[in-house]
Design a protein around this ligand. Structure first.
Ligand SMILES: Nc1ncnc2c1ncn2[C@@H]1O[C@H](COP(=O)(O)OP(=O)(O)OP(=O)(O)O)[C@@H](O)[C@H]1O
Ligand SMILES: CC(C)(CO)[C@@H](O)C(=O)[O-]
Ligand code: BAL
Length: 268
């Protein structure tokens, strides 16, 4: 990949890393990138090292033609779609200290996931050398881990977080939604409904009561298996029951049918 002319012209480069199967959530990142940079690169790479479930990796959607068309329509300047051997030409070790939050929530359910995520994001940063990189709040913990990786290596890259884009009925857009059956799609709505419930009742009820009611809503929904619904400090991801505290976030993960989904909402 040759980005020298862009660098020589002193243009600001923004990178939007994705795993493809693009939807309007991804397009919102491209659009946000266009507002804050002169040249926008989107990477499309299904990164094997961040998958803990081989079946999840195998069935991850890869609609390449559709993705290229969407990126053209969005006016993306360059698409970086490397192969696995380009990104991983040889066996390599990767382990960095991402802080204690690495092992909580998603990190507890997908062991080693954030080592894989930060490994590939560092490789993408090295290849593209962007000034800025944009990520979705939908993957809340991922943004924290990438910020920690940037700090670990002292990289001169600004990490920008973009809001969650939802379907009209509230379901957070996700590439994995394609795996939902019609019934799953209905049942999956309970995740955003539970988050909305917590946001609406935040002033009136205790954190414990909110978590209990939201969890019950989800557990009572057929075909949905709750992994966690929790209200935590938005930086440490440790439980936080003091509602006066700033930076509280509610995070949820559940299996809907055979598909594991995540979502979250900022509370204060
Ligand atoms: N609904 C959304 N709104 C905003 N950003 C999103 C949304 N969905 C994904 N993103 C962001 O797009 C980037 C690429 O994500 P990715 O390619 O994994 O898509 P995805 O829809 O999150 O897929 P999946 O969750 O099924 O892996 C990430 O920074 C992610 O947070
Ligand atoms: C950041 C990322 C592209 C790394 O593979 C992936 O985790 C994703 O799509 O969120
Ligand atoms: N969107 C986060 C990437 C993953 O689930 O592996």
């Amino acid at each position: 990949m040759q980005l020298e002319p862009v660098n020589a012209a002193n243009q600001k480069i923004a990178l939007v890393p994705t795993m493809g199967a693009l939807h309007p959530g991804h397009v919102s990142l491209i659009k946000a990138a266009q507002q804050i940079a002169d040249f926008v690169v989107c990477s499309v790479f299904v990164n094997p090292t961040q998958f803990t479930d081989p079946k999840d990796l195998e069935k991850y959607p890869r609609p390449v033609e559709h993705d290229i068309r969407m990126l053209e329509e969005a006016g993306c300047d360059l698409v970086f779609m490397p192969s696995v051997t380009e990104m991983y030409p040889q066996q390599e070790q990767w382990h960095i200290d991402l802080g204690s939050a690495e092992f909580l929530l998603e990190g507890a359910y997908r062991k080693g996931h954030y080592q894989g995520v930060t490994q590939i994001v560092k490789k993408l940063f090295d290849a593209v050398q962007p000034h800025k990189a944009l990520f979705g709040q939908k993957d809340y913990q991922q943004v924290l881990m990438i910020q920690n990786m940037v700090q670990y290596f002292n990289l001169p890259i600004e990490i920008v977080t973009c809001p969650i884009i939802r379907e009209q009925d509230g379901l957070a857009m996700s590439s994995r939604n394609i795996h939902l059956s019609a019934a799953d799609r209905e049942h999956a709505l309970v995740l955003s409904k539970a988050l909305d419930f917590v946001k609406t009742n935040f002033e009136q009820q205790s954190v414990q009561a909110l978590e209990a009611q939201a969890s019950a809503m989800i557990r009572e929904t057929p075909g949905v298996e709750l992994d966690y619904f929790t209200i935590v400090d938005g930086t440490t991801l440790e439980p936080q029951e003091d509602k006066q505290a700033k930076n509280l976030v509610a995070l949820v993960a559940a299996k809907v049918g055979h598909t594991r989904l995540i979502d979250n909402m900022l509370l204060s």
